[in-house]
Design a protein around this ligand. Structure first.
Ligand code: GLP
Length: 285
C-alpha cells in the first residue's frame, strides 16, 4: 500500500490489446493484455456489467473484494465511473477476502483502511453493506467471527463476482500453501515470503502481523464468477504454476482450475512464463 490513495498509472486510451497464442497448456480460461491499465479497464467493465445484471435480476449485487497493489487500478476506474454517474453502488454489498490479525481497523496499514481509501469513501455504498473480517476482535472471539462471516455471505445470497490477486506463495486471500480446498474463513499463520512482501507497507518486517483472517478456499470457490488477476513480472513464475500445473495445495490459486466460472486476467509481464508467451518468443520456426 502507498500513502497515495490511487495508483498513478495512466489509463490507456483505446480498447485493451489482447495477447494471443497457443493456450493448450492453460488449465483455466486466461486473458492476456499488454498492460496493467488494460487489465483494470477490462475488470471494471466486467464488474460494472455484473452490478447492472444482478441489480436488474435480483435487486442487488454481492462483490468479493481483494486488497494489495493489483486491484488499485480497478478501484480507481470504478470510482471514476461512479463520479461520472455511470456506476451506482447503492444496491451493492461487498465482502473482503481477508484482514491482518491482530490489527485495528483504523490503522492505516489495515485492509479496512485500504478499502476506505481506495474505494468505499469515494462511492455511494452503504457502509453497513461493506463487510470485512474485523482484525481487532479478541482472540477468543475469532472463531465466532469467522463463522458469522460465512453466515453473512450466505445470508446475502452468496458472492456474484470475486476479485482475487495472487501472492508469491501462490495464495489467494491469505490461503497459504497447505490450505485445503475445503477450508473456510479462519485464522491463518502468514508465510515468511508473504510477510517479507508486506514489509514495505509496515515500518519493518517484524511489524507485519504474523497472522490474518482469511476466507477459505471453499468460501472463495462458492462465488459465481471469479477473476484471478496478476500484473508484473514478479508474478510470472507463480502464475504459470497456478495456470499450467496440476492443482496442488502448494499453490492454492491452482484450485481455481476446478471452478468453471474462473478466468485469469494477466498483463504481458505476469503472463511471461506461460507457454503461450514462451512459444511466441521462440518464433514460428
Ligand atoms: C496479500 C493479500 C492478497 C493479495 C496479495 C497480492 O497477501 N492478502 O489477497 O492478492 O497480497 O498482493 P499484491 O496485489 O500487492 O501483489
Amino acid at each position: 500500500m502507498s500513502d497515495t490513495p490511487f495508483c498513478q498509472c495512466p489509463v490507456v486510451p483505446g480498447p485493451p490489446r489482447l495477447v494471443r497464442g497457443n493456450t493448450e497448456r492453460e488449465r483455466m480460461p486466461t486473458v492476456v493484455v499488454e498492460q496493467a491499465a488494460d487489465v483494470a479497464i477490462l475488470l471494471a467493465d466486467r464488474i460494472s456489467a455484473t452490478i447492472a445484471r444482478c441489480v436488474f435480476e435480483k435487486g442487488r449485487c454481492v462483490l468479493g473484494l481483494a486488497s494489495g497493489r493489483t486491484p488499485i487500478g480497478i478501484y480507481r476506474e470504478l470510482v471514476r465511473r461512479h463520479v461520472t454517474g455511470d456506476l451506482d453502488f447503492s444496491r451493492v454489498a461487498t465482502f473482503n477476502l481477508d484482514e491482518y490479525y491482530p490489527i485495528d481497523p483504523a490503522n492505516r496499514r489495515s485492509y479496512r483502511y485500504y478499502m476506505e481509501e481506495n474505494l468505499f469513501r469515494h462511492v455511494n455504498i452503504d457502509p453497513s453493506n461493506a463487510h470485512m473480517p474485523d482484525g481487532s476482535v479478541h482472540r477468543d472471539d475469532v472463531d465466532g467471527l469467522c463463522a458469522a462471516y460465512e453466515e453473512m455471505i450466505r445470508a446475502a445470497g452468496g458472492i456474484d463476482f470475486q476479485i482475487l490477486g495472487i501472492g508469491r506463495t501462490g495464495h489467494i486471500g491469505f490461503n497459504e500453501p497447505g490450505s485445503t480446498p475445503g477450508s473456510r474463513t479462519r485464522l491463518i499463520t502468514l508465510d515468511a515470503i508473504t510477510r517479507c512482501d508486506a514489509a514495505s507497507d509496515f515500518p519493518d518486517e517484524v511489524s507485519v502481523p504474523a497472522e490474518a483472517i482469511t476466507m477459505g478456499i471453499a468460501t472463495i470457490l462458492e462465488a459465481r464468477e471469479i477473476a484471478l488477476i496478476a500484473t508484473g513480472e514478479h508474478k510470472a513464475d507463480i502464475v504459470r504454476r497456478a495456470i499450467e500445473e496440476e492443482p496442488t495445495a502448494e499453490v492454492t490459486a491452482s484450485f481455481l482450475q476446478g471452478h468453471a466460472g474462473t478466468t485469469a486476467w494477466l498483463d504481458r509481464a505476469a503472463a511471461g512464463r506461460l507457454t503461450r508467451l514462451r512459444l511466441a518468443d521462440e518464433g514460428p520456426g
